[in-house]
Design a protein around this ligand. Structure first.
Ligand SMILES: *[C@@H]1O[C@H](CO)[C@@H](O)[C@H](O)[C@H]1NC(C)=O
Ligand SMILES: *[C@@H]1O[C@H](CO)[C@@H](O)[C@H](O)[C@H]1NC(C)=O
Ligand SMILES: *[C@@H]1O[C@H](CO)[C@@H](O)[C@H](O)[C@H]1NC(C)=O
Ligand SMILES: *[C@@H]1O[C@H](CO)[C@@H](O)[C@H](O)[C@H]1NC(C)=O
Ligand SMILES: *[C@@H]1O[C@H](CO)[C@@H](O)[C@H](O)[C@H]1NC(C)=O
Length: 448
């Protein structure tokens, strides 16, 4: 159905719009009809239907590509035609501000990634940092001298790899992440100064500069979320709100990994959501049309006894207690992970993470992405996310499916957000999540 409508719109648009060169991307039917003048900024023209004021502006259709998985999932496996921006993760900060590191697998895959992105009209971004790569962000931006060094290091990467932009995934300014990151109360102010300096260079002027962020605005020098982060919006193209890992093995009960809303949950279960995060960033004066919603193509697993998992009528309970001492192995875990050490020297532990594809491969979901026979399923209409449960193995998983991706897509449109970014591009199965999202957002393909 979906494919047919794209083809129809495509041929219609080709008839209506004079083919002015190379531009070929994804556009809405209404946009194609009302804006024959075209407004092709950037490379991929992906736009949403709906408000006519939004019709001609490109939506951000993006995902992160985990470079360290390049051997199992080479860049050629990405569904390039469905995106207009792709972010390679991660380069990492080091003790030496002039050195931004790439592991061997990533360094080998990045040139291919960039070549494939460009040949598909997709912007190629490199993400610096991540959960384990943010240790020295604070020192890299701490002084004017270091900021200049770091700006030059970033620009060297841009020119070496022919990048279209940089994604600053600092987890987190002025707040501890991994456990041994350098942290300063001045981090957010220094980060802003650094971004302003980078944006002010001739090489940095036209780069796509982005930052994945928490559900709450950047932390100020008083240790609280800042009330005005508008200066960041002047130098960043957009932020990506990392609306996932809201609940996981560290939580007191099972809960939604990536809740769309939480005001409808019991007060104790209001741990943040896409809705609360967009409100918080908007209240702190960050424009909605520069907010990209981060989406999860994975979920977190918990060991839950049938007594806690099942209601008396047999349906799955929400927020049940779980056995933290018995963390299930996720599809993303390898044997040895439990004892492997993170960069702080602490055991990594078992993540318990299942990708959506892993849920299919391990029999929780059918190849249609729906719950398999013998697997309990509930869709929580408050968080707008599903849960599955195997009564024999006692494994419960909070994740995202086609239904929850569609709900998030409608939210992105309703809030006039800039678009979406999926962590990560390898997690989907047969593009079930991505296609459902695009359907809900009204993203279609046209050429002009
Ligand atoms: C369209 O955009 C205008 C201006 O931003 C807004 O007032 C209006 O509510 C929007 N309409 C719809 C249908 O989203
Ligand atoms: C500046 O960067 C160097 C490493 O290149 C680091 O040793 C130093 O601590 C940084 N300065 C500050 C104030 O963090
Ligand atoms: C089971 O009970 C819960 C809580 O009362 C209710 O929300 C749910 O709809 C019921 N499910 C079925 C299948 O009756
Ligand atoms: C997937 O859905 C199609 C159409 O509804 C159905 O024919 C097919 O049996 C389903 N496959 C699985 C594995 O459930
Ligand atoms: C549930 O778990 C049991 C025990 O690990 C396993 O044998 C069974 O295949 C699982 N059920 C489904 C439907 O995957």
């Amino acid at each position: 159905m979906h494919r047919h409508s794209i083809v129809l719109v495509l041929s219609l648009a080709l008839l209506l719009v004079a083919h002015a060169g190379q531009y070929c991307g994804l556009r809405p039917p209404s946009g194609a009809l009302s804006s024959s003048s075209g407004s092709s900024s950037g490379s991929g023209g992906i736009t949403t239907t709906g408000n006519s004021s939004a019709d001609t502006s490109d939506v951000v259709a993006s995902a992160w590509y985990p470079g360290w998985e390049a051997q199992d999932f080479p860049p050629s496996m990405i569904s390039w035609s469905k995106y207009n921006s792709m972010i390679f993760a991660f380069a990492t900060t080091t003790t030496d501000t002039s050195t931004i590191a790439l592991d061997d697998i990533s360094a080998q895959a990045l040139p291919d990634f960039v070549t494939l992105a460009k040949s598909n009209g997709v912007s190629a971004l490199l993400s610096i940092g991540g959960w384990t790569g943010s240790m020295y962000y604070s020192s890299a931006v701490a002084t004017a001298e270091n900021r200049t060094t770091f700006v030059n290091a970033v620009l060297d990467l841009v020119s070496k790899y022919n990048l279209d932009g940089i994604d600053f995934d600092w987890e987190y300014p002025a707040r501890q992440g991994l456990g041994c990151n350098v942290v300063s109360s001045e981090d957010s102010a220094n980060f802003l100064s650094f971004l302003q300096q980078l944006r002010g260079t001739s090489a940095g002027k036209n780069l796509i500069l982005t930052a994945p962020v928490s559900l709450t605005p950047f932390i100020g020098s008083d240790g609280e979320p800042m009330s005005d982060v508008s200066a960041f919006a002047d130098v960043l193209n957009y932020i990506e709100i990392m609306n996932y890992d809201v609940w996981g093995s560290w939580s007191s009960t099972v809960g939604p990994n990536a809740p769309l809303a939480d005001a409808c949950a019991a007060p104790a279960n209001q741990q943040g959501s896409a809705t609360s995060a967009v409100s918080a960033w908007s209240a702190a004066k960050f424009p909605a049309n520069q907010i990209v919603l981060g989406l999860a193509s994975y979920g977190h697993s918990f060991s839950v006894s049938p007594g806690a998992a099942l209601r008396s009528n047999g349906s799955l309970a929400l927020y049940p207690t779980f056995d933290a001492s018995n963390q299930p192995l996720g599809s993303a875990d390898s044997p040895g992970d439990a004892t492997a050490l993170d960069p702080c020297g602490n055991p990594e532990g078992i993540s318990g993470i299942f990708t959506f594809a892993g849920l299919v491969q391990e029999g929780y979901l059918t190849e249609n992405g729906t719950a398999a026979n013998g697997i309990d399923y509930v869709y929580d209409y408050c968080s707008q996310t599903p849960f599955v449960y195997n009564e024999t193995s006692m494994v419960m998983i909070s994740y995202d499916d086609a239904t929850s991706f569609a709900a998030k897509g409608r939210f992105i449109n309703a809030q006039n957000l800039a678009g979406y970014a999926v962590w990560d591009v390898t997690g989907d199965f047969d593009d079930i999540l991505l296609d459902s999202l695009h359907d809900a957002m009204g993203i279609v393909s046209v050429c002009e």
